[in-house]
Design a protein around this ligand. Sequence first.
Ligand SMILES: Nc1ncnc2c1ncn2[C@@H]1O[C@H](COP(=O)(O)OP(=O)(O)OP(=O)(O)O)[C@@H](O)[C@H]1O
Length: 786
Amino acid sequence: MASSSLLRERSKALPKLLSRLSLLRPMGGGPRTFPGGLNKWQYKRMHEKMARQKERRLLQQEKQLYQARLRSEIRAKLAGKASSDAADSSSSSIGGYGPMSSKDHIKALADRFMKPGAEDLWNEDDGPIRSAPRKRPTDPAPPIDLRKLATDRRNLMEDRVGESRSYLASFDQRRQYSVAAGRGLRPGSKPRWRQNSSSEEDSDLESGCNLEGDTAKMYRETKLGVKKDSRFPRFSIRSEEELDEGGGKIARKKMMSGAALGNYDVKAERRVPRPVEERSNFAKEIEEIRSELRNRDLYRNDARHQRAQEETLLTKRRFDEFSISPLTIKALADARYVQMTVVQEAALPVCLEGKDALVKAKTGTGKSVAFLLPAIEAVLQTMRNTLNQRVLPINVLILCPTRELAIQIAAETNVLLKYHDGIGVQTLIGGTRFKLDQKRLDSNPCQIIVATPGRLLDHIENKSGFSARLMGLKLLILDEADHLLDLGFRKDIEKIVDSVPRQRQSLLFSATIPKEVRRISQLVLKRDHVFVDTVGLAGVDTPIKVLQSCLVVPHELHFHLVYHLLKEHIMQEPDYKAIVFCTTAMVTAFMYVLLRDLKMNVREMHSRKPQLYRSRISEEFRESKNIILVTSDVSARGMNYPDVTLVIQVGIPSDREQYIHRLGRTGREGKDGKGFLLLAPWEEYFMDDVNDLPIEKSQPPELDSDMKQKVEDSIEKIDPSIKEAAYHAWLGYYNSIHEIGRDKTMLADLANRFCHSIGIDKPPALFRKTALKMGLKGIAGIRIRK
Ligand SMILES: Nc1ncnc2c1ncn2[C@@H]1O[C@H](COP(=O)(O)OP(=O)(O)OP(=O)(O)O)[C@@H](O)[C@H]1O
C-alpha cells in the first residue's frame, strides 16, 4: 500500500519536474515557454530578480570594504597610541594578525586585486568583465606603484572636482584609499549604500553598465551631464590605460571591488534594499540610455548616408539612353521625367533584357516607372511579332495588394501610354461589379491588366475566355511582392501563377524584401533571376530625410497625443498633409469620428468603406493640402500621395515591413517628412524589430489639461456602437499578433484598458463563436454574449 501511494505521489510530481526541465513544453499554440517551462513574464521576473540579487551582492561587498577600512584606521590609531613605532613597522604585521595601518591594508588589497588573475576572485558575479577580452600578460605584471597611481588619480580628480580639493588635501589617506579600493566615500557624503540621491543612481549606472570606450564617455557626458571621474567606478567603463613605472602605457582594466576582503575582517550586515520602484527606474534608465546611444549612432551613420544619397536619388542617366520607344520617351518628358532615379537606372537594363528580377528600393523612389517601362516594351514587342490576332491576348499582368494601388498604377500606365494608340490598360479590383468588369473587358480590349489577386482569380475561374487571353502573357509583375507572397495572399498567387504560361518574364518589386521572401520568390521567379538591391546591406530601409520618433505612452493617452501632435504640426507646417494609421478599420472609424468632432479637416479610409467612397477620398487626398487622412493599412503600401508632411502610426504595426511602408507615405522623391510611432509601454518590444532604423525615442510632450478635457468630451459623445466595434476589432488585431495573442489573460487585460481609453467602462460581450475562434472563451475579463 505504502509503496503504491509513494508511486502515485511520484507520478504526480513527475510532470512538474519534466516541465521544469522543459521536456513538456507545449507544442505550438498556447503560451510560448522559455527555458524551465517559464512563460515570458515569469522568465522576465526571474531575470529581474537575478539582477537585483547581483546588485545586492555587489553593494554588500562594497560595504564590507568600507567597514574594513574604518576598522583598519581605528586599529592603526590604537596601535599608534600603544607604540609610536608601531605605525612604522606595521607593514610587518600583515603576515601576523596584529593591528594594521590603513596604508598597509590598502597595499594588501591592491596586491590581491592587481595580481594577474586576481579578477577571478570577484568576476564570478560580475559578468560584464568577462565580456571584455581579458589579456593575461605572459610575464608577471610589474608591481604597482600605488602611491604614483594615487597621485595621478589625485591630479585628475583635483582638475575635475575643484570644489572637493580642500577636502581631499586634508584627508590624504582617505583619498588614497578611495583610489585603490575604487569605492571610497565621496567627500562629505554618507556611506554609499545608505544614500538615496540620484547621484547614487548615477554611480550605479556607471558601475553596472557594460559600456565601454567612447560609448561610455558619451553616456556620461550626455546622460549624466557632468564628467564623473572623481571616483573610480567599480567596473571600469572606459578602456583603461595606466602609466607604468617607466612612464609607458600598460593596458589594464582596473578591477576593484570589496569582494577580496574575503578572509580579512569582514562583518556581514544586511544592506537596506532600495525601494523596488527606484530599482526598476534604474533598469529603465539604463535601457533608455542604451537605446538613445544606439539611435544616436545609427542616426549619425544615417546622416552620412543621407548626404551621399541625396545627390543620387536622380541619376545622371536619361531615359532616352535606353532602348525605350520614342513615344514612351515623349510621354515621360511630358510628365517631366527626364533623368532616371537610382532604381530605374539599376533595374531597367535587367528588365528590358527580359530577365527575371527581384528589385528592392526605398519607398517613393520610382519603382512603378521602373516596371511600367518594361511592361510597355513587352506589349510593343508582342505586337510587332504577332499581327492580326482574333482574340487580343493579355501581355502584361500587374498584381497589387490593394484596390487603390491598382487604380493608381493603371493611371500611371495611362500617362506613359499617352502617345501609344492601340495599347490599353484595365483594372480588375474587388468592390466593383463583376459584370461591369466583363463589359469593360469586352468593349475596351487591353493588353495590360492591373489587378488585385482575389478579383483576378474570380475572372480566371468564372469568365470564359479570360484564361485563354492570359495564355498570351509575356510579363508578370508583382508590386509590393513581399506582401503578395505573404500567407494572406500566397494561395491566390500560386493559383494565378498556375494559370499563366511558364514561358514568361517575372518581376518582383518592393521596398522591403525579408529573407523568407527571397526564398519563396522562386514560386514566381526563375532560378537564375537577378536580385537588384538599391538599398544594400549597409543602407537604411527608410527615406533619408524623414525624421522618425517613437513615443511611448499609456493607451489611455494615445488619442490625446494624436490630437496634440496634429495640432502642433498644423501650427508648424502651413501646407500640412498628414496620415494617421490605425491598427484596424474600426479603430480607424473611431479615430476619424473623434478628430472630426475635434474640428479637424479629416477624411477616413478603410476596408469597411464602399469602393466608390474609397476612390473618391483617395483622389481628394491626393489633390488636396491641409488635410488629414485617417486610415487603416489599405493605404500603407504603394500609395503615392504627393507632399505628405507627417505620418503618425498609432499602436504596433503588424511587422517591421509595415512600419517602413506606412512611414514611406512621407518623404517621397527625397523630400522631407516626419514620422511618429505611438506605442503603449507593453508594445515597446516592437522597437527591437526596427532597431536598425533611425528612430529616436522621444519624451512624450506635456498635454495640457484643457486639451485633455476637450478630447475626453469628444470621446464621450461618440456613438457606443462605434466604440463597441473598435473594441472587438482591437481585440482581434492584437490576438493575431503572436507576441501578445499567445497570453490570453494578458490580452484580455490590455483590451479592457483599451476599453477605458475609448470611454467604455465594461468590455462589450463577444459572440460565443468568435470567442471560441479567438481562444478567448473562459478567459477572465472577456464577456460572452448570452
Ligand atoms: N525619373 C523620375 N523623375 C522624377 N520623378 C519620378 C521619376 N520616377 C518616378 N518619379 C516620381 O516619384 C514618385 C514616387 O514614385 P513611385 O510611386 O513609383 O514610388 P515607389 O518606389 O513605387 O514607392 P512605394 O514603395 O511607396 O510604392 C512619383 O511621384 C513619381 O511620379
